[in-house]
Design a protein around this ligand. Structure first.
Ligand SMILES: Nc1ncnc2c1ncn2[C@@H]1O[C@H](COP(=O)(O)OP(=O)(O)OP(=O)(O)O)[C@@H](O)[C@H]1O
Length: 244
């Protein structure tokens, strides 16, 4: 099945040539104080994600996958080490500056969709554009274009509760990419879906990736991982390339 019958998405706001380093992590560490000692969740993480990549992070429960994704998405500020985003040092920014940068350049897809229940599909899609200060006339055109690309024009006035789980996640992905982020992050994006819906979401990710979206996903599913281009594994906070 093909999601994008019409034209491909316009290029992202931060338009990097394929292969250009998008994320570079050096010695990234995170720990919590636990009863007088230190519990490390991430240990000396070194990682590079290039524009056009589709990376899957795997590993056992509690390995630090969601923690790492929150750092990559500039949602978590309590970590040490160096992280460059399109060459810019994120570790040198204040939490407020980092959050603003993240809003501009990162889209997030969550396992539980996290759509706003009292907003329609079209209104949910408008939220990230409003956040980024896009003008109203431009926002309307972008929402209409995205509804069209994702085959959701007929659903635009429905509320999330009137959609199936798969349809809600389709809206979740559309909302994550509508503002053309440089990076799409997804934490167990198919965790609440049955297998046919999960396959559709992975096909959608592959199509977005072919069109130039850089993707990092966390998943326990081997099938989802096969949709990506490479796998990194986390175990007890340590990272290795490839499956365990
Ligand atoms: N506030 C906290 N205080 C102490 N430890 C914490 C805190 N928050 C998270 N952790 C620990 O961080 C570790 C990593 O959690 P994280 O959610 O990143 O794992 P995960 O690999 O995503 O697991 P899962 O696959 O189950 O979602 C866990 O051992 C967790 O207990």
């Amino acid at each position: 099945m093909s999601f994008f019958a019409s034209s491909p998405a316009a290029p992202p706001a931060l338009d990097l040539a394929p292969g250009t380093p998008l994320l570079t992590l050096r010695d990234v560490e995170k720990s919590y104080p636990v009863g007088g000692s230190t519990h490390y969740v991430l240990r000396r993480i070194a990682m590079e994600v290039r524009a056009g990549d589709f990376v899957t992070i795997m590993g056992p429960s509690g390995a630090g996958k969601s923690t790492l994704l929150a750092i990559l998405g500039l949602l978590d500020h309590d970590w040490r080490g160096e992280m460059y985003f399109a060459g810019q040092p994120m570790h040198a920014l204040s939490p407020k500056q980092r959050t603003a940068f993240g809003r501009q350049h990162v889209g997030f897809v969550f396992q539980q969709y996290h759509l706003l229940d009292d907003l329609t599909v079209a209104e949910n899609l408008d939220v990230p554009l409003e956040y980024r200060g896009v003008r109203k006339s431009e926002r309307q055109a972008m929402v209409a274009d995205t509804l069209d690309r994702f085959g959701m024009v007929g659903k635009k006035d429905l509320f999330p509760r009137q959609l199936s789980g798969g349809q809600q996640q389709l809206v979740g992905v559309a909302r994550a990419v509508i503002a053309r982020p440089a990076l799409l992050l997804a934490d167990e994006p198919t965790g609440n879906l049955h297998s046919a819906q999960a396959r559709e979401i992975m096909q959608l990710f592959q199509e977005l990736n072919r069109q130039g979206t850089t993707i990092v996903q966390v998943t326990h599913s081997e099938e989802n991982a096969r949709a990506g281009k490479r796998i990194v594994t986390l175990k007890d906070g340590w990272m290795t390339e490839g499956e365990d």
